[in-house]
Design a protein around this ligand. Structure first.
Ligand SMILES: NC(=O)c1ccc[n+]([C@@H]2O[C@H](COP(=O)([O-])OP(=O)(O)OC[C@H]3O[C@@H](n4cnc5c(N)ncnc54)[C@H](O)[C@@H]3O)[C@@H](O)[C@H]2O)c1
Length: 290
């Protein structure tokens, strides 16, 4: 099956940029959120990423400014924002990118089952949750899979394609081909908590969180030392602010529940989330954001 039209549900940290990736590959995409202001934020993100990408091509003299202006309008013209399920009646592939809570995901999958044609594949951008449980909210569990992008979606090349208990081989093949059409590399994963990348990343972050708390280290000093080691572009606390503290915390809690003490849940992060400080998206996390 070829994907002629796609949809993204949730226009937050990931959703707006995922819609931009789909539109850049020449495929029309509907972007849904619960409020118009959230849809607008997602559309604005898509605009910024498109302008940055085309601007860099102009700078390198690969395309002219006129060409860039025309391409920008074409790409952004393929994204339609909505707060309802208008435009979902003829989609072939949906990427769900709502908050990392099973009850929210299951409610969305139930709605998607009603709003989309029977052949459409319903995929989740979940970082760690069970695809099988999400599929239980639908009458098409064979057409449900994971389709996990990494932050920032427009730059990171990998997509984890995750197989639930009932996912069919055909669904996995369509998802892997779709990832390629988006110019990404698909890696097929079994349904284990954290899949491949978050199991490795969160394990490393866990050690940093644990030692920072045990030794009462300053978060900024830790970030500076790790960044200056030259192995990663930024320290783990600053990265957590960009990813969203609520998302990182839910993944850490889920991995702790699944694998035990070797995954540490950061207390300062829990306190910040409880206070509603979720990182860059709310203006404050471990750092203040302008
Ligand atoms: N942040 C990351 O770095 C990252 C990376 C990879 C995967 N993910 C995963 O992507 C998903 C989304 O994460 P995020 O960081 O973009 O979250 P986010 O909180 O930034 O955005 C979620 C968006 O979903 C919207 N939403 C909530 N309920 C909805 C509904 N019923 N219908 C439509 N929209 C709804 C919210 O209004 C919000 O705009 C999560 O499963 C997360 O684990 C996140």
């Amino acid at each position: 099956m070829f994907v002629f039209k796609a949809a993204v549900v949730g226009a937050g940290t990931m959703g707006g940029e995922i819609a931009q990736v789909v539109a850049s590959a020449g495929i029309p995409v509907v972007l849904k959120d619960v409020k118009q202001e959230f849809v607008d934020t997602g559309l604005e993100k898509a605009r910024q990423v498109t302008e940055a990408q085309l601007g860099s091509l102009v700078k390198k003299e690969k395309i002219t400014q006129e060409n860039a202006d025309a391409q920008r309008e074409e790409i952004l013209g393929r994204i339609t924002g909505t707060t309802a399920y208008d435009g979902f009646g003829d989609v072939d592939f949906v990427i769900e990118a709502v908050p990392e809570r099973m009850e929210i995901k299951q409610a969305v999958f139930g709605e998607l089952d009603e709003a989309t044609p029977g052949h459409a594949i319903l995929a989740s951008n979940t970082s760690s949750l069970s695809i099988t449980e999400m599929a239980e909210a639908t009458l098409r569990p064979d057409k449900v899979c994971g389709f996990h992008f990494f932050y920032p979606a427009s730059m990171m090349r990998l997509i984890e394609v995750i197989e639930g208990d009932d996912t069919s081989d055909e669904t996995l093949a369509v998802a892997s081909n779709f990832a390629q059409a988006l110019r990404k590399t698909a890696v097929r994963c079994g349904e284990v908590p954290g899949f491949v990348v978050n199991r490795i990343l969160t394990s490393a972050m866990s050690e940093v969180w644990r030692v920072t708390e045990d030794e009462e280290l300053d978060i900024k000093d830790v970030d500076k030392a790790i960044q200056e080691s030259g192995t990663v572009p930024m320290g783990p606390y600053y990265l957590t602010d960009l990813l969203g503290l609520d998302t990182v915390l839910h993944v850490a809690e889920h991995l702790h529940d699944s694998y035990g003490e070797r995954f540490h849940v950061s207390k300062p992060m829990q306190e910040l989330v409880e206070a509603g400080n979720l990182g860059q998206k709310t203006g404050k996390g471990f750092y203040e954001h302008g």
